[in-house]
Write a protein that binds this ligand. Structure first.
Ligand code: ADP
Ligand code: ASP
Ligand code: MG
Length: 411
């Protein structure tokens, strides 16, 4: 007998038939004697549909109203799933985020969970009910509806599991675990039995959208046992764990992540004087634009080319700022490119090994793929390349590091 938090994503509740299948699954756990708290996403495509409706009215509606709108998707699924459970004789109650007191800050569309009052949920669990909670949403101090950012139902599930001290948080989705890379891009990508929190945080932050990054950070911080599984077939899935120092030697690279959401901007021929980097980036950060990678290189003429990347949605705004300050900084020109992609290799094993970067660069050059930017940390190497070579690069790196071979990921 265990207390489980089970989260079902958009495709897992995409139709009435799928919702009925989820109800069967939850009922089977109840019959086994487990207590179950379910978190659901909106039916697949619904959040995008709602965003589309808003944008048909105006390009940038206020974040507050966006949250009121997009949070409705999840309210539909909690009701339908609870009906399907009740129909099966499995007593269930649906709750919105506000009803189970998921308190967040007021950062609409990217709110952070501050606290959860688990008392109401405990009372239902003790009364033998399944609780079905709307993912992705919360409520701020003033009672405004907030949402947690795209993919945020994962974070709701982990936060509920932490608050209730659940035995496991199970993320049911349309793949049967975390793979060495997105299985939609590489056919022989391999499911990992286990992956460390550290690697999973890197993979999620570098573009693997199988788990929202905040969910992984939260689970790591509060020691929530986290597992990714398929809602379509039975299997062990992938367990996200703390690093096991006693285990056999780690592979150099555990996974490959990629991201198409970035754009690159360069100021050419900037005078190489102290303070220039902050003069370039200050107006960018004052406009709330986040900068990811930065590269600066001084030429013989004491001029520097200053390049950085931003989210593609912020590209136009960032370019306009640079065009405005280009002349006053004494730069020659501002150029931009939003047809780029970032590819990253991730692995705790690379910490103690030299030569991983060379192997990565060789694999890319064999295909004639030019590297535009590089950044590294202890357990990852990222490169920016032309977007049209992205899938080729991911496939080539996957085979160069032999990720398709069993035993290559931490088992
Ligand atoms: P859900 O709607 O259930 O939250 P998501 O679409 O958010 O599902 O996440 C599942 C998808 O993540 C998969 O269909 C897969 O294409 C993608 N994905 C990206 N990288 C990986 C990876 N490394 N392992 C597994 N899936 C991945
Ligand atoms: N429905 C939200 C989204 O599409 C939240 C989620 O699915 O996790 O981003
Ligand atoms: Mg998701």
């Amino acid at each position: 007998m265990a207390l489980l938090v089970q989260k079902f994503g958009g495709t897992s509740v995409g139709t009435v038939e799928r919702i009925e299948a989820v109800a069967d699954k939850v009922k089977a756990f109840r019959e086994r004697g487990d207590d179950v708290v379910v978190v659901v996403s909106a039916m697949s495509g619904e959040t995008n549909r709602l965003i589309g409706l808003a944008q048909a009215i105006m390009e940038e509606p206020t974040p507050r109203e966006m949250d009121v709108l997009v949070s409705t998707g999840e309210q539909v699924t909690i009701a339908l799933l609870s009906m399907a459970l009740n129909k099966r004789g499995c007593e269930a109650r649906s709750y919105t985020g506000a009803q189970v007191h998921i308190k967040t800050d007021s950062a609409h569309m990217k709110a952070r969970i501050l606290e959860i009052d688990e008392n109401k949920m405990r009372a239902d669990i003790e009364a033998g009910r399944v609780i079905v909670v709307a993912g992705f949403q919360g409520v701020d101090e003033q009672g405004n509806i907030t949402t947690l950012g795209r993919g945020g139902s994962d974070t709701t599930a982990v936060a509920l599991a932490a608050a209730l001290k659940a035995d496991e948080c199970q993320i049911y989705t349309d793949v049967d675990g975390v793979y060495t890379t997105d299985p939609r891009v590489v056919d022989d990508a391999r499911r990992m039995e286990k992956v460390t929190f550290e690697e999973m945080i890197e993979m999620a932050s570098l573009g693997s959208k199988v788990l929202q990054i905040r969910a992984v950070e939260f689970a790591g911080k509060y020691d929530v046992p986290l597992r990714v599984l398929s809602s379509f077939e039975d299997g062990p899935g992938t367990l996200i764990t703390t690093e096991d120092n006693d285990s056999m030697e780690q592979p150099l690279v555990s996974g490959i992540a990629f991201n198409r959401d970035e754009a690159k901007l360069t100021l050419l021929g900037v005078p190489d004087i102290p303070g220039i980097a902050s003069k370039i980036l200050r107006p960018i950060s004052e406009d709330n634009i986040e900068v990811d990678m930065i590269v600066q290189n001084v030429g013989l003429d004491k001029k520097t080319d200053f390049t950085f990347t931003v989210h593609r949605n912020d590209y136009k705004r960032a370019k306009a700022i640079l065009d405005r300050i280009c002349e006053e900084l004494g730069a020659q020109e501002c150029v931009g490119d939003n047809d780029i992609a970032k590819v990253s290799i991730v692995g705790v094993g690379m910490r103690s090994h030299a030569g991983v970067a060379t192997k990565m660069f060789d694999a890319l050059s064999e295909e004639g793929i030019n590297i535009q930017m590089i950044s590294t940390s202890e357990i990852k190497i990222s490169v920016v390349i032309d977007e049209k070579y992205l899938e080729l690069a991911v496939r080539n790196l996957h085979s160069a590091f032999e990720l398709e071979k069993a035993g290559n990921g931490p088992e």
